[in-house]
Ligand binder design. Structure first.
Ligand SMILES: Cc1ncc(COP(=O)(O)O)c(C=O)c1O
Length: 399
């Protein structure tokens, strides 16, 4: 019997067009091969400062406590809730998909009394329902909301929600895991108190770090805590002493991942944050036009569609996994399936970070044009490609 672990592992070159991770540029991968520095090396401190400076630019914030956590997005969700909430606090979580459900679960595990504002999966957060819930709970401490619901492809506009929550004295915690680097985030202007993301989506780095930022109101809440943060690893007060001028050891920093994030952010600065966000909007417009030309239905309503993630309803009777399997095997192209309530019913197509390229849109559409007819779903040959092309031209003409 051969022992496969004795063979060198050579992953195939995939085009990652699922809900994340997205494809990573060779420059970012190359950065991970740089020599390891100690996490208390002054040269590494410079890398840390560079990363924090660039994260502040992406978030449009002045918040000092803007750092990449050693974790994926879920860890940052835990960190946000664990630091803001104490046992018995009241939190309201807006749930319009899988990750809103997770956020409510985590808030509850942090000891909060959690009330939920549910909206149907595929719809944005219901702001009127949120206001009704806020009125019922005058002691509310936190409102949690997912900016881009990766399970449904829905974008929830934030400024109205933050203004509303602040009127009722609540901090606003925003999950920007899918939107960071792919949609605008004006943390300070919109009054977001805590925001977190993850490196493996629109930031264009591998999975493994989760940027998080705490605003002044959130820092006040942290200072005023009566109880210790239950998590040692994610305790922001502890972490602060590593990220501020004290430079005290807290835990060993993931050095290579920090290099990778620095390089991916540097690439974003070279491109320009606004141009990068526009690139995500441009390719998303082409993808949607192409999918609609195939006669496929998009789950999210126009006006609330995420650019980095498009959710498509699989045609009735079609085994959605068969399409994904063939895209992977025959085109080395990964797209995602449904999560939770949408399992087996939708495809989730990501155009995030380095994957958000028009060449990928055309590769996917032509793959679908080849595969769908073999599964009994007729398509007009080339229609999706010309619709996508037209959408790109129209997008550019609109300026
Ligand atoms: C909106 C959203 N929040 C949180 C997460 C969890 O992040 P991670 O899988 O990196 O832990 C994800 C992951 O896809 C996500 O899309």
């Amino acid at each position: 019997m051969t022992q496969s672990y004795l063979n060198e592992f050579k992953p195939p070159q995939r085009v990652l067009m699922g809900p994340g991770p997205s494809s990573v540029h060779p420059r970012v991968l190359q950065a991970m091969t740089l020599p390891i520095l100690g996490h208390l090396d002054p040269q590494f401190f410079q890398v840390m400062d560079d990363v924090c400076d660039m994260l502040r630019l992406v978030l449009h914030t002045e918040n000092f406590m803007t750092v990449p956590l050693s974790s994926t997005g879920t860890g940052a969700m835990e960190a946000a809730c664990a630091n803001v909430l104490e046992r018995g606090d009241v939190a309201i979580v807006c749930r319009n998909g899988f990750f809103g459900v997770r956020l409510a679960d985590i808030a509850q595990r942090c000891g909060a009394e959690v009330f939920v504002v549910d909206s149907p999966w595929g719809k944005p957060v219901d702001v009127k329902a949120l206001e009704r819930e806020l009125k019922k709970h005058p002691k509310v401490k936190m409102v949690g909301v997912v900016h881009g619901e990766t399970s449904t492809g829905v974008l929830t506009p934030l400024p109205e929600i933050t203004a509303l929550a602040h009127r009722y004295g609540a901090l606003v915690v925003v999950d920007a895991v899918t939107t960071l680097g792919g949609h605008e985030m004006q943390m300070d202007q919109w009054g977001v108190d805590v925001v977190y993301g993850a490196t493996q989506k629109c930031l264009g780095a591998p999975p493994g770090l989760a940027p998080i930022s705490f605003g002044p109101r959130a820092m006040e809440v942290l200072k005023a805590r009566k109880s210790d943060v239950q998590s040692f690893y994610f305790n922001m007060k502890g972490l602060e002493t590593y990220w501020n001028e004290t430079r005290a050891y807290h835990h060993t920093s993931p050095i290579s991942m920090t290099y990778a994030l620095r390089e991916s952010l540097r690439m974003m600065m070279e491109e320009g944050i606004d141009r990068r966000i526009r690139r995500h909007a441009r390719v998303a417009a082409a993808l949607r036009a192409g999918l609609e030309a195939l006669g496929l239905q998009l789950l999210a309503d126009p006006g609330y569609r995420l650019n980095p993630l498009t959710t498509v309803v699989a045609p009735t009777g079609m085994e959605e996994t068969a399409v994904r399997k063939r895209l992977l095997q025959e085109h080395s192209l990964e797209i995602g399936g449904g999560l939770g309530d949408l399992k087996g019913k939708v495809w989730r197509i990501g155009l995030m970070g380095e994957s958000a390229r028009e060449i990928n849109v055309f590769a996917l559409l032509s793959g679908l044009e080849q595969i769908l007819p073999t599964l009994g779903y007729e398509v007009a040959c080339g229609a999706s490609l010309s619709a996508a092309q037209r959408a790109l031209v129209e997008f550019d003409a609109a300026g």
